[in-house]
Each structure stands twice: as C-alpha cells, then as structure tokens.
Write a protein that binds this ligand. Structure first.
Ligand code: KG4
Ligand code: ZN
Length: 365
C-alpha cells in the first residue's frame, strides 16, 4: 500500500508518499513548502493569506511529492482538521479530486492523529531507555536517526503543538483516551506569545529555544500551574501573564542578557510542567510500555532532553520515542503514517461525505 498524503491545516503546504513496508510506514518522498517567510512580515499567520499560498503552491508540491507524476500510489490521505478552515479546504479539495479521478481509497485524517503517528514513521524514530547505552541516548538528544523499533502499546503520548497540549493513552492502534489537556493556552502558543513579548519575531518556539541557550534558568521564579499530584490538565496562561508582568516592570529596551534569562526560565518552567504531568500520567496508568513526545514543541532540544532523562531515571522500563525534528513540526509524512495504520486496522472514508472541521477533536475510529 502506497499512500499520497496531503497536509494544509495551518501554514505549511505539505505532501508525501508513504508506503507500508513490513507493517511499518516508510517515507518515499516528503515535501514541505513553508510559508514562514511570508508570515514573519505580519508577526503571525493571517488565515486568508495562508489559504491563498496553499492554493498557489499545491500543484508544485504535489508534482515534487510524486516526482513529476512518475511515482504512483494506491490511496490518498488528507488532514480534515483541526486547523484553519480556508487552509484545510485547499488540501481537502485536492485530495478529493485525486481520489475521484483515480478512483482510489480516501482517508480523512485528524491532524492530531498525524502528530501521534509521527512516532511510528519507519526509520525516522528514536528510541531510548535506560538499558540501551549511552550512544543511543546521545543520538536521541542530538536528534540523530537511530532507526530503533516502533513504540509498543500501551503508549503514553504527549502532543505539544501550537494549538494543542494533550496527554493521550493509546492501548490499541487508532484508539485514543484523553488523560489531560490544556485549559487555556497550548504550550506552543505560550512560546509564540512570550517571543512576541520579547520582540523575537515569528515563529516564537525556535527563537526562544535559540536564545535560551545563553540564559540562566533560575534567574526568574515562574509558576508551575495546576501542580497537584493527580492533576493531568495543563494551564499556560498564568505563566504567560507572570512573564508579561515581570517584563512590564522592566526599563525598556530590555538588555539582551535579560531577554535570554527570561527565555531560559520560561522554557525550563514549561519543560518542568510537562515532565511533572507526564510522570503523574505514568504513575496513574500502570502498564505503559512506551512514551512518545510529538508536535511542533517536541522540536525543542531542552524539552527532549528533560523528558528523556526524567523517564530514563524514574521508569527505565519505558521506551522513549521522539521523531526527528523535521517530523515534529507539521508535515504530510505523519498524515501518511496515520493513514497506513488506518489501512491496516480500519476502513477508508467515502470522500463524497467528508467535510473539513476546524475544531475536530481526537475521537476513536
Ligand atoms: O505542530 P506544529 O508545527 O503546528 C501545530 O499543529 O500547531 O507546532 C507549531 C508550534 C509553534 O507554536 C512553534 O512555536 C512551536 O511549535 N515550535 C517550538 C519549536 N519549534 C516549533 N517550540 C519550542 N521550541 C522549538 N524548537
Ligand atoms: Zn501540527
């Protein structure tokens, strides 16, 4: 089974061909046309502009993903939500057209399901557990492809993206039990807002993590929200407000080293919060075999390190899987990976009845 996957939920126009090889999704091509340079000018994504860009570059992206139509495929998959409605509709229209004209199976994929299955991409995952040796651990931290085995179920998934922060228990493929979610801002949203506050530009996550290398984490005392031991929900709006309050009391312009200290303290507080909640979820759900960190914020090196170390130290029996950095942020290979599992464990969708849904939740299939 070879699947052409399309992803246009936000500001990346992406297409990929993913193939099932030995029960695992293998990437054949993976094209991402980023709109970052355009949205940098406005300091964020303007939905109308994003949709227009998707429409303009979609033919070229599909051409590259199929190597100028020389690569054939047996099915098509597309993100139907959550995301920006105009952006979603461009990808959906392209996928429906292809499914209709070629008369091939069609898979409507939830964007969050795509992020989850980025941890199952063949030869693109990293594994680490205590008994696995220093080299493997170093590879994980450095973001090198170690081609380790796939995550075993039951798996605990932490999705940290621009729109979502969720802890999910996955006992079977395609079945998702929501253990905790953010009550206000998502982790990535908090990174983006703090970056704006410090005038670091868009997107905020990479800017904060670069600056954070130079700062001191204990310079600013920032709050961890909802710290109770059995509380698996998140809240990041208080953290953002605490940083905003400190910044408002500083004389302007803020010195570069102070900005770095704020970035480091903020990033460390987010990491500590995510570690605390992850360990609580493991404690409250005995029997978890693997932990997967996915979504755009999973590209953060400090977070990758802190979560891997915490699980290795406290639960050496649990394997940690984090996708290579390029598969943490939005891409179509992960949508293809989810569709491969749909093709193995479920049925295709009737494209005629499928609608885009900007606020689609993660249900069970
Ligand atoms: O998954 P993603 O590409 O899109 C959504 O589904 O939202 O995530 C984008 C988010 C943005 O908020 C961005 O600032 C954040 O991921 N991000 C990072 C890093 N790279 C991207 N956050 C922290 N550190 C990074 N290195
Ligand atoms: Zn995403």
């Amino acid at each position: 089974m070879r699947i052409l996957a399309i992803e246009t939920s936000c500001d990346e126009t992406a297409a990929a061909i993913v193939e099932e090889a030995g029960g695992q999704p293998k990437i054949i091509t993976n094209i991402v046309a980023s709109q970052i340079d355009i949205h940098k000018e406005t300091g964020g994504v303007i939905p109308e502009v994003a949709a227009r860009m998707h429409a303009e570059v979609m033919p070229a992206v599909l051409g590259q993903a199929t190597k100028n139509k020389t690569l054939d495929f047996d099915a098509v998959a597309v993100t139907i939500g959550p995301g920006l409605i105009g952006s979603l509709l461009i990808g959906l229209a392209a996928a429906k057209t292809i499914a209709q004209v070629k008369n091939i199976p069609f898979y409507a994929v939830n964007h969050l399901e795509g992020h989850i299955y980025s941890a199952w991409l063949e030869k693109r995952i990293l594994g680490a557990s205590n008994g696995s040796g220093r080299q493997r651990y170093n590879n994980l931290i450095a973001g090198k492809d170690t081609s380790e085995g796939l995550p075993e179920l039951p798996a605990l998934i932490l999705i940290v993206s621009g729109g979502h922060t969720e802890l999910i228990l996955m006992k079977r493929h395609l079945h998702y039990q929501l253990l905790g979610a953010t009550r206000d801002d998502a982790a990535g949203e908090a990174f983006d807002k703090i970056a704006r506050l410090l005038d670091l530009g868009y997107p905020g996550g990479p800017a904060i993590s670069q600056l954070a290398v130079h700062g001191k984490a204990d310079e600013f005392d920032l709050p961890i929200a909802l710290p109770e031991n059995d509380e698996l929900d998140f809240s990041f709006s208080g953290l953002k407000a605490a940083v905003a309050l400190k910044v408002s009391k500083m004389s302007q312009p803020i010195a570069a080293h102070t900005k770095a200290d704020i970035a480091t303290s903020f990033q460390d507080t987010v990491a500590k919060t995510l570690v605390r909640k992850t360990l609580a979820a493991i404690r409250l759900n005995p029997g978890i075999k693997s932990f997967c960190l996915v979504g755009g914020v999973a590209a953060n090196t400090h977070l990758r390190t802190e979560l891997t170390q915490a699980i290795n130290q406290n639960h050496p029996e649990i394997t940690v899987t984090i996708p290579l950095i390029e598969y943490c942020t939005d891409n179509a290979a992960m949508i293809g990976a989810a569709a491969i599992y749909r093709s193995m464990f479920s049925q295709p969708d009737n494209w005629y009845n499928v609608q885009a849904d900007p606020s689609l939740g993660l249900g069970s299939n």
